[in-house]
Design a protein around this ligand. Sequence first.
Ligand code: EPZ
Length: 420
Amino acid sequence: MDKIVVEGGARLVGQIPISGAKNAALPLLAAALLPSGASTYHNVPQLADVRTMAKLLGMLGWQVDDARRSLTIAPPAGKAKAKLEAPYELVKTMRASVLVLGPLVARYGRARVSLPGGCAIGARPIDQHLKGLAAMGAKVTLDHGYVDVECKRLRGATIVLDVPTVTGCENLIMAAALAKGRTVIENAAREPEVEELAVVLNKMGAKIQGAGTAVITIEGVDDLHPIEHAIIPDRIEAGTFAVAAAMTRGDVLLEGARPEHLDAVIAKLRAAGVTVAAEAGGLRVRGTGELTAVDLVTQPHPGFPTDMQAQFMVMACLAKGQTVIKEMIFENRYMHVPELGRMGADIRIDGRVAVVRGPVKLTGAKVMATDLRASASLVLAGLVASGKTEVLRVYHLDRGYEAIEKKLRAVGAKIKRAKQ
Ligand code: EPZ
């Protein structure tokens, strides 16, 4: 297992290329199951989760050709038949595998997917995914830890989601794209990655309107054709490096970042006293002087993203005053707190509320990564802590950040990867 070793104190100056979005790439790879032909994606992030999804498509019988930052995904060739099962061994390593459910049922009338089970940050059920498929006429059976979904041809329905689930919406949009008739999804997730999926499906010949709003309408079609598409930049990676620039009083251009995907994060950075400006090549972030304590509540998009909560919490440790953070999306997304405490952070948890007091002088320590964004927050803490920080179990980090130590070293961080 690898670890990341950081010497604190460097000011980040320069430019960081932002990779393709993990949370767009995963549904887009699943969407490649829908058309009868080979689709190609460009600007594919080199991430463990993307490799896992590519491996799953391979297990289902698709051919996945990886040419550096591009992926071509072709249906089973000749007599080879599509397999319709996503096994436990793979789904347990990445819950987004559940995104093959909608496309397989839509195109082949059946799918058997291991229930993802919980993960470090919460129970993360998929009841809304299944409720929507059942509303479209599918027979849903749970047995032996798997969900079996069958339906000769899905038919359009009106689905009102109890929660604006991101992958739930994505699964249902993909299912509805080939259903017979009109589907309306209400209380839909509005994340940019949901919008990106609709853009690609419409390029394939789907008829989707309203993606990015709370009501999405899909007119089913009989088949979809393959496409070529460049994936949008990763707003959470960009947000993470924006916090790094702010905390180290740096001056960093986030190359390719889209300000319109980061409204809530930019608003909070500015409120905390950070200079953020859109430029031709992306987003420039300057950490000027004092950081101000700014409360935050995580919400579905366009609210403040839960995937940026841990990163902002570390920045709050350097801010003058008390910061109140409320994590409203996942029930257990404070696992970075005890690790930050070992570095000198003053954070108190009470249920969904975390109270951070600052400024504190963080000191380097050996700390343990527990989940993707928690690991990122520990690297951020190491950038400003006095002395050396070692972040262990960085496989969590590699799920969602491409070569993070190379990107940070290129702008002045004293950071390297080593064997644990
Ligand atoms: C997506 O997860 C992202 N992952 C997550 O990013 C992100 O944190 C999350 O959306 C929220 O923005 C991908 O896109 C691959 P949800 P997802 O379904 O779709 C409840 C990262 O760090 N819920 O929107 O799994 C659920 O328990 C990852 O990149 C139900 O109750 O999240 C949670 O409380 C972490 N029933 C809330 O909704 C359901 O059927 C939001 O979950 C589905 C979800």
